[in-house]
Design a protein around this ligand. Structure first.
Ligand code: F6R
Length: 366
């Protein structure tokens, strides 16, 4: 059932190209100026009355939501707020009939997300679910449901659910933007064509997994690991850090790279391992400066950048390249080496990768 792999987690990491293709099937026509979102019946008029979108989720799904915020805001100019489900519900959020609440959940059974969704609904908000498990509680209760076609995710650490959640968020952003007229055909076609190349690019990253295994074998004894990034790379840093913590039990922090100098840089000392994400073209130079700041304090830096940005080699100890893509789509590629790094590190440390201590696949207590 593990298809020849040692663990479900690595099997599911390797299944991501297929999961991405399945999630795209039938939804993004090769031509035309539209997206076909089965399960979503939100019209132009519905969108025009929205003054805000909330994205509410937990853990990895929450991290996908942060990427979603950037992308939806960029393409539709509707303000998006992202919230942790267990916080949302208890802080009297400003939600009404002019709000759309998007909830993201692999299992569709996470109680924090489910009750947050009910709360939003009770306040008059339309609710849209991005869900993996067909017929789950959240899928049944939301007004509109877009399924991720990731297939069953067995490992506790979420991987292919995350990448397919990102795909659904891109599709939703494109759908809303075409309906609202906030995107040109050229921009739409460019993003569409690049989305269609993502599965193949993920495959390419996966064929280089032995490099990442090597870094893991060099750093698996680290006491703590910092993940730095700006913009969408910061969102991916949070996900990479969570993956590492939950399965390898190494303490780790994700930090907005520009924020480090406001305090946390005090924790960087000789030999501290830092994973620096520098995939965002617009922020590349700023990121290079931040890498220099940690290098000068003795950090050992593994950087991730888009192919061709070889300047990064001057400031890093190791560099991993991802195939070139649009900045907004880079998270789908950037997260893959981080999943692999967490996986190989946990294996090296002899951890129970698929069933990490104290965690359950679906959290049904508040
Ligand atoms: C992390 C992880 C958890 C889940 C979270 C939400 O790898 O698996 O953080 O992402 O508990 O679960 P779902 O998506 O089922 O609502």
């Amino acid at each position: 059932e593990k298809g020849g792999y040692e663990h479900f987690m690595i099997k599911e990491i390797m299944e991501q190209p297929k999961a991405i293709r399945d999630t795209l099937t039938g939804r993004l026509p090769d031509s035309g100026f539209e997206v076909n979102l089965d399960g979503i019946n939100i019209t132009k008029e519905d969108l025009q009355k929205l003054n805000k979108i909330f994205i509410v989720a937990c853990g990895t799904a929450y991290h996908a939501g942060i990427v979603g915020k950037h992308v939806i805001e960029k393409l539709t100019r509707i303000p998006v707020e992202v919230d942790i489900a267990s916080e949302f519900r208890y802080r009297d959020p400003i939600v009404d009939e002019n709000t759309l609440t998007i909830v993201i959940s692999q299992s569709g059974e996470t109680i924090d997300t489910l009750v947050a969704m009910r709360e939003a609904k009770a306040r008059g908000s339309r609710t849209l679910g991005i869900v993996n498990v067909v017929g789950s509680s959240i899928a049944r209760e939301v007004d509109d449901c877009l399924y991720t076609w990731a297939g069953p995710e067995i490992a506790v650490a979420s991987t292919k659910a995350y990448t397919t959640q990102l795909i659904c968020l891109y599709l939703i952003a494109l759908d809303f933007a075409t309906k609202l007229g906030t995107i040109s055909y050229e921009e739409f076609a460019n993003i569409r064509d690049e989305i269609k190349r993502l599965a193949e690019k993920v495959e390419y990253v996966l064929t280089h997994k032995e490099n990442i295994q090597k870094y893991a074998s060099e750093h698996f004894n680290a006491k703590d690991i910092f993940y730095l990034g700006r913009g969408l790379d910061f969102a991916v840093a949070m996900e990479g850090s969570l993956k590492l913590k939950e399965i390898s039990y190494i303490h780790s922090e994700a930090y907005a790279a520009g924020e480090l100098k406001h305090g946390t840089i005090a924790l960087i000392e000789d030999g501290t391992f830092v994973i620096a994400l520098a995939t965002q073209e617009k922020l590349f130079e700023k990121m290079v400066s931040n890498i220099k700041e940690v290098k000068s304090r003795g950090a050992v830096v593994l950087s991730v950048a888009q192919e061709g940005n070889t300047d990064i080699e001057n400031v890093s100890d190791h560099v991993l390249y991802i195939p070139r893509t649009l900045d907004i789509l880079a998270p789908v590629l950037t997260v893959v080496p981080l999943q692999l790094f967490a996986y190989y590190t946990a294996v090296q440390r002899g951890c129970d990768v698929d069933k990490p201590r104290n965690l359950a696949k679906s959290v049904t207590v508040e």
